[in-house]
Design a protein around this ligand. Structure first.
Ligand SMILES: Nc1ncnc2c1ncn2[C@@H]1O[C@H](COP(=O)(O)OP(=O)(O)O)[C@@H](O)[C@H]1O
Ligand SMILES: [Mg+2]
Length: 198
């Protein structure tokens, strides 16, 4: 089982990256792995403060996040990146840099993202108050071969999370939860009963 790896969420604003990244981190942590979420919004206020939203600015931002993930992965931790990361080439460069890389595409229609508009950004973008907003007047390049596609348009959060967890288990990145047999459960129940707990 690989010790460090990166789960890279990509998708439009409002497609569910942060929601799923944080939920996934809890699950990964509960299974004994050390995990860090690198959220685009936080990075834009810290490591990438002052960088713009031109193609160059976006690529530089994603390159920096890639370096952070590569450092965490190489030091046997789990990195979860949640950034729009609209350009394919830089995502693939990060895949090559990091190696143990699981790309999760949060697939959600622009209509649905704009309807959710969790930060009120689409309203501003459609009103022309924000220029170069991904999906509105800036490109988003869909991944060609992501390890996971979550249809966050139609699925509920649990369904999306289960899909991701299953793939991480199947790829041997995440240990499966040990399930106990009915007989073992009966033995435990009897023991607890005899001790007066049940
Ligand atoms: N399957 C799903 N996965 C993730 N989020 C979902 C899903 N279905 C509905 N949502 C909702 O969509 C919104 C996504 O917002 P957020 O996670 O902030 O997106 P992003 O980080 O991609 O901008 C949340 O309000 C969340 O509850
Ligand atoms: Mg987010």
């Amino acid at each position: 089982m690989a010790k460090g790896y990166t789960v890279w969420f990509t998708g439009l604003s409002g497609s569910g990256k942060s929601t799923l990244a944080n939920r996934l981190a809890e699950i990964i942590r509960s299974r004994g792995q050390v995990v860090e979420v690198i959220d685009g919004d936080v990075i834009r206020r810290s490591l990438s403060k002052g960088l713009g939203f031109s193609k160059e600015g976006r690529d530089e931002n994603i390159k920096r996040v890639g370096h952070v993930c590569s450092y965490l992965t190489a030091t046997e931790r789990v990195a979860i990146a949640a950034c729009i990361s609209p350009y394919k080439a830089i995502r693939n460069a990060n895949r090559d840099l990091i190696g143990d890389f699981v790309e999760v595409y949060c697939k959600c229609s622009l209509d649905e993202c704009a309807k959710r508009d969790p930060k009120g950004m689409y309203a501003k973008a459609f009103a022309g108050e924000i220029k170069g907003f991904t999906g509105v007047d800036d490109p988003y390049e869909e991944p060609e071969n992501p390890e996971v596609i979550v249809d966050t348009d139609s699925e509920d959060i649990n369904t999306s999370i289960n899909k991701i967890v299953k793939v991480l288990e199947r790829m041997d990145f995440l240990p499966e939860i040990e399930t106990i047999s009915a007989e073992e459960e009966e033995v435990i129940k009897k023991r607890l009963e005899s001790l007066g707990y049940l």
